[in-house]
Design a protein around this ligand. Structure first.
Ligand SMILES: NC(=O)c1ccc[n+]([C@@H]2O[C@H](COP(=O)([O-])OP(=O)(O)OC[C@H]3O[C@@H](n4cnc5c(N)ncnc54)[C@H](O)[C@@H]3O)[C@@H](O)[C@H]2O)c1
Length: 274
């Protein structure tokens, strides 16, 4: 049985942990709050507003497929896949507070072994996975992202309160730091979700993501809407990304389109890419 570790058992993380367990994974949930860990290990959901979560957690714990711990590093040592969904706080002036994310990343890095897939689902500024997280994980683990462990970003697009419904409804978008990481992330999510999984190509972002001028975007921009679509002057994007087929036979979004144009649920956050 494969083991998935979910770091951050909050409004999103706990339902995700229960979802993965319902698909036959062994899941270890990690949180810094002892009361959260104790509650999960007792088979209880501390998140009240999520329909179906009580039963999902109770049943996963009863089946011994879900447990929780405060020791993220020890959990990660046993993991095939690690999903990080801790908060990144943003002040009104858009200053980021990375303390939770960095603490979680260091704890994950200390337990990381070759072959493990690590996916960040926290809403993050563009480039954070490559520029902040990858070096931190490499420093703590002594192994290389891409070459020795898989690393991907997959922005969480669920709405608290209807997570299980949204998990079935919205395609999951994943972007790895390299092709092997994307493939590993697609394979993981296809095994634990019923929705489609869209891989997006990883490529550098040579231009600013948000056009501040009032002049139209260049037509070659992947964020340029198709003819006839209305667009915002600040961020142009098509309603749906252009699709290609992945080797898995599932739909795949054109890389730059999805990675450069994805907005997350938080309106205070900038668009995201790995
Ligand atoms: N809530 C939403 O509707 C929503 C929607 C889309 C995306 N998101 C993204 O998901 C992130 C998490 O949202 P949430 O609503 O689940 O947050 P939450 O506050 O409900 O839960 C976060 C959990 O992470 C734990 N945590 C903090 N630091 C940790 C660490 N170092 N190690 C382990 N656990 C740690 C906290 O104790 C808490 O239990 C958000 O910051 C956002 O990026 C949330």
């Amino acid at each position: 049985m494969k083991t998935a570790v979910v770091v951050g058992l909050g409004k999103i993380g706990l339902p995700l942990a229960a979802q993965f367990a319902s698909k036959g994974m062994r899941v270890i949930g990690c949180d810094v709050l002892v009361e959260v860990v104790e509650s999960v290990n007792a088979g209880k959901a501390h998140i009240r507003e999520e329909a179906g979560l009580d039963e999902a957690v109770a049943s996963a714990v009863r089946a011994k497929r879900l447990s929780a711990t405060t020791d993220t590093t020890a959990a990660v040592q046993q993991a095939d896949t690690v999903v990080v969904i801790v908060p990144l706080m943003v002040s009104p002036d858009r200053t980021m507070d990375y303390r939770s994310l960095d603490a979680a990343t260091r704890a994950v890095g200390r337990g990381l072994k070759p072959g493990t897939l690590v996916v960040y689902e926290t809403t993050l500024p563009v480039g954070t996975t490559r520029r902040r997280i990858a070096p931190m994980l490499e420093k703590e683990s002594g192994i290389k992202a891409g070459a020795e462990f898989h690393l991907a970003f997959s922005p969480e697009r669920l709405y608290a309160g209807r997570i299980f419904e949204d998990l079935r409804r919205y395609p999951k978008i994943v972007g790895g730091v390299d092709d092997a990481s994307s493939k590993a992330a697609v394979a993981f999510y296809e095994s634990v979700l019923d929705a489609e999984v869209w891989a997006v190509e990883n490529r550098s972002l040579p231009k600013p993501l948000i056009a501040t001028s009032t002049s139209p975007s260049p037509t070659s921009s992947p964020c340029t809407p198709r003819a006839g679509r209305s667009t915002s002057p600040r961020l142009s994007r098509p309603r749906t990304p252009s699709l290609t087929r992945t080797s898995t036979g599932r739909a795949s979004a054109s890389a730059a389109t999805a990675s450069r144009c994805t907005r997350t649920s938080s309106s205070a956050m900038p668009p995201t890419a790995s």
